[in-house]
Design a protein around this ligand. Structure first.
Ligand SMILES: [Fe+2]
Length: 438
């Protein structure tokens, strides 16, 4: 168990460490039954309920389920009715475009009116099919107020949140997670939560993973340690809301938003055990690996989490980070090389400068290089990197990331018509000079 103090309020937040562990936690002593999951009468008058994120029969290594002990069973709720989808879209995006062009956006502006996390979701694009649990949705969140009487739950996928501006306090069924820029959080499929802002504004990125749950990548010859280490993934401890008043629960289901008015908070889990919940990870803990001789490895060496598919090695989504690191390669072009790729790459920048783009790729902004679209360093970066003296160099104070996915990302009308879509991204390669001397 580790703990931190939530700045500002002094509230103590405890966490339970270990990726995919069988965690257990009780907010009230004696709330968690011993020795069985569903006793005739659960302790303290609680209801026992299983929350399964995989089929009962999936292999043990990938099976995800938790048992929760709550004030009311989740079944106690009224009908959901359609709710405004706002700017939220899901695959297949019927009016979307699979664009061969390289696209880049500046940081989207924060809304001018009070907007919470749910209403501030804006979809950039998606691939696959939300009803077949294949593919991903890519969203920005742009929020200026906390969710207080509202809760959100995504039945379509787990949510990987990458904060870029402003910290978040995530109140989930499984407890609370504080997530600041530089950290990421994953909210498991079907986990209800609300987002409180720790500052006046919050902006970040969301990978909505319709596919298999994110897991840690295989390490192969790297060995038993390295990249993201399992013990650095922090899960919440049980913390419940005992609220008997009208609240709204917004659910994303089948690509649409639905809402229902509950007469109590859905975050009423007093104790739980299992391996399906929500968790967070501090990217500063990432054990970055790279060359100590020449060439830089494929960026898959920077994979934090992967959502596998039935095709070995071909991810539904990889979450990859470009974190602070030393560059020491000899006789090596050190920035990311020019390439074309069958996979599609959505990139964002949390802070600093990305080493393949001298300018234009800004914190809060993003780029999309769909399958086979040629990309690499801009002209300025190429000139510098191909002539500089190759002394050991620290790339510091930066954090870029990539959602890499097996299928092209179909962009939304909103993303294609946004005022912050940069009009001439191609220009960054226009200045690449002919150097051929043969
Ligand atoms: Fe790339």
């Amino acid at each position: 168990m580790t703990s931190t103090i939530e700045a500002g309020t002094g509230t103590r937040l405890d966490y339970s460490a270990g990726f995919g562990n069988e965690h257990h936690s009780e907010a009230v002593p004696g709330a968690l039954p011993e020795g069985r999951n569903s006793p005739q009468r659960a302790p303290l008058g609680l209801y026992a309920e299983q929350h399964s994120a995989t089929a009962f029969t999936e292999p043990r290594g990938g099976n995800r389920r938790s048992w929760v002990y709550r004030i009311r069973p989740s079944a106690a709720h009224p009908a959901f009715r359609p709710y405004s989808d706002g700017a939220v879209r899901s695959a297949p995006i019927l009016d979307g475009v699979a664009d061969p062009n390289r696209l880049r956006w500046s940081a989207p502006p924060l809304p001018g009116t009070p907007t919470d996390f749910v209403d501030g979701l804006a979809t950039v694009g998606a691939n696959g099919n939300v009803l077949q649990r294949a593919g991903i949705g890519i969203h920005w969140y742009l929020a200026t107020k906390s969710m207080e009487d509202r809760y959100f739950v995504d039945a379509d996928g787990e949510l990987l949140l990458v904060p870029q501006l402003g910290g978040l306090l995530l109140h989930t069924e499984y407890g609370r997670l504080r997530v600041d820029p530089g950290e990421v959080a994953v909210i498991g499929r079907g986990v209800r939560f609300r987002v409180a802002l720790l500052e006046s504004q919050a902006r970040g990125y969301v990978c909505e993973n319709y596919g298999q749950a994110f897991t840690l990548p295989e390490l192969g010859p790297i060995g038993a340690n390295g990249l993201a280490n399992p013990r650095d993934f922090l899960y919440p401890v049980a913390a419940f809301e005992d609220r008997e008043e009208t609240v709204q629960v917004v659910q994303k289901f089948g690509g649409r938003l639905w809402a229902a008015d509950y007469d109590h908070s859905p975050l009423d889990v007093v104790a739980w055990h299992g391996n399906h919940a929500a968790y967070k990870y501090d990217t500063a803990r990432f054990n970055v690996m790279g060359t100590v001789s020449y060439d830089h490895p494929d960026p898959s060496i920077y994979t934090v989490l992967t959502s596998p598919t039935d095709t070995p090695g071909q991810a539904n989504a990889d979450f990859v980070i470009f974190a602070p690191r030393w560059l020491v390669g000899e006789d090596t072009f050190r920035p990311p090389w020019y390439h074309r790729n069958v996979m599609s790459e959505f990139m964002g920048l949390v802070k600093g400068v990305y080493d393949a783009k001298a300018e234009g790729f800004v914190p809060g902004g993003a780029s999309l290089h769909n399958m086979w679209s040629a990309h690499g360093p801009d002209a300025e970066t190429f000139e510098k990197a191909s002539t500089q003296e190759l002394v050991p160099q620290k790339i510091d104070d930066t954090l870029a990331f990539m959602f890499e996915t097996r299928w092209p990302v179909v962009t939304t009308e909103l993303a294609r018509s946004a005022s912050y879509l940069q009009p001439d991204y191609d220009a960054v390669w226009r200045g690449v000079r002919r150097n051929f001397t043969g």
